[in-house]
Design a protein around this ligand. Structure first.
Ligand SMILES: Nc1nc2c(ncn2[C@@H]2O[C@H](COP(=O)(O)OP(=O)(O)O)[C@@H](O)[C@H]2O)c(=O)[nH]1
Ligand SMILES: [Mg+2]
Length: 248
């Protein structure tokens, strides 16, 4: 029997100190029906991110010649997963903050066919080292998404997310700077089923976060507005529980 494919992809910008640790921790044989491959999207790194990824055993590396932004890198990751024949995709930050050991947990609802889009949720799990201002920022942007989607969300900025093939094919990321909020607004509005799984998160010990408060707010808020103004057509992903279809 030919196996199905899971691709674990990592957007990375100057993560030479962290990425090999993440790649080494990816479980490769946790499910008898799936093979697991690793894809790195190197967003114009100026350090040894690519060499470190190769040495750590990455199966595929796509390099942008110039830095394009995290939203552009995740968009490319989803596209490459489809081109490489993945049945399921999962992104995980390359900075060693999220637990690759929990990839099976985060993918379980998709493998079981009960969800199309999953998060490793820090706020449902355990957090080590997150500063208060980051925590408040996370709460605020998560609450905004919950209000816009009229459903509870725990961790709207998670850097660990699983996707069904269908969700990967139809996801739209409307800006290049980031993906966190607009991707969820897009997929949930299309009717894809979201589930959040508790994970353990450890703030990075090497390298720096790229997030600067002013740039984040001035990039993310207009993108959320742009996404919410876009009409999306509801996909028939889950006729049983899809509220719009409930009375049909
Ligand atoms: N593609 C891309 N990825 C980036 C960029 N800056 C950071 N990243 C990656 O995005 C992920 C999250 O970045 P990070 O700076 O840790 O953000 P934080 O976890 O929200 O503080 C990591 O894997 C980074 O390597 C960028 O300009 N482009
Ligand atoms: Mg990080």
């Amino acid at each position: 029997m030919t196996k199905k494919k899971i691709i674990v992809f990592m957007p990375a910008h100057n993560e030479e100190e962290n990425i090999s640790g993440v790649i080494a921790r990816v479980p490769r044989a946790f499910h008898p029906q799936f093979e697991v491959e690793v894809l790195v999207i190197d967003d114009g790194s100026k350090d040894r991110t690519v060499a470190a990824s190769k040495a750590a055993g990455a199966d595929h590396i796509v390099s942008f010649p110039h830095n394009q932004g995290l939203g552009a890198a995740v968009r490319e990751g989803l596209k490459q997963c489809c081109l490489l024949g993945a049945d399921i995709g999962i992104m995980i930050d390359a900075d060693n903050e999220y637990p690759p050991e929990q990839i099976p947990d985060v993918l379980a609802p998709i493998i079981a066919g009960r969800a199309d889009y999953t998060f490793g949720s820090r706020f449902k799990g355990q957090i080590q080292g997150m500063k208060l201002h980051r925590r408040l920022g996370n709460y605020t942007f998560t609450l905004l998404q919950a209000i816009l989607l009229r459903r509870w969300i725990y961790d709207g900025q998670s850097g660990m997310r699983g996707f069904s093939r269908d969700a990967m094919e139809n996801a739209v990321i409307v800006h290049d700077y980031n993906y966190a909020q607009v991707l969820t607004l897009n997929l949930v509005r299309q009717g894809y089923r979201l589930e959040e799984i508790p994970i353990t998160y450890q703030v990075r010990t090497k390298g720096q976060s790229f997030i600067k408060f002013r740039q984040y707010v001035t990039s993310v808020l207009p993108a959320i507005y742009k996404e919410m103004r876009r009409p999306v057509s509801k996909r028939n992903v889950n006729p049983q529980t899809n509220r719009d279809d409930a009375g049909v």
